[in-house]
Design a protein around this ligand. Structure first.
Ligand SMILES: [Zn+2]
Length: 163
């Protein structure tokens, strides 16, 4: 990854951070993601909806994949990138896999996130890096992240949220 590619990834992760901020402000957990098309266009944004939507699978990435699969063909989604503030959990990695998005880019790792959430019952996420899940898959989905440069901005949205 060259410096320009890195800057571009950070540009979209910063946008996802804004989505995560809005998710928190709306009464949900502070997670956000974007779907970016092959030409760099932002196709969709999605924050977490699990609390206000009363949906146990309402993580940002899974919710986005459910929407995206209704709007775009799989062949097109394969050329897209899902940007997320935090590494997708096991469920969301599965959703991205089945939704057939070819690349995942994230800001902070699942383990870094677990340091923030601690034992909060709202986010007892499995300790399962998305690369480990995808390594057992049958599609060459590319994974990029974490990005130390963006950690502080991602973490700031979580401050004071988890107990
Ligand atoms: Zn998830």
């Amino acid at each position: 990854m060259n410096a320009n590619e890195r800057e571009l990834h950070l540009f979209y992760i910063r946008k996802a951070v804004e989505v995560s901020r809005r998710a928190r402000a709306s009464g949900n957990t502070p997670f956000g993601c974007l779907l970016v098309g092959p030409e760099g266009e932002v196709l969709m944004e999605q924050g977490n909806i699990e609390i206000t939507g009363r949906v146990c699978t309402g993580h940002a990435e899974t919710s986005l994949m459910q929407r995206a699969s209704g709007e775009y063909a799989k062949d097109y989604l394969w050329k897209c990138t899902l940007y997320s503030t935090a590494e997708p959990c096991a469920m969301c990695t599965g959703s991205i896999y089945w939704g057939h998005v070819g690349r995942i880019v994230y800001g902070i790792s699942e383990r870094r996130l677990a340091e923030l959430t601690g034992d909060d019952e709202q986010n007892l996420t499995p300790d399962m890096p998305c690369r480990d899940i995808l390594a057992r898959g049958r599609k060459p989905i590319e994974v990029v992240g974490p990005f130390p440069e963006i950690e502080q901005a991602v973490v700031a949205v979580h401050e004071g949220y988890w107990t």
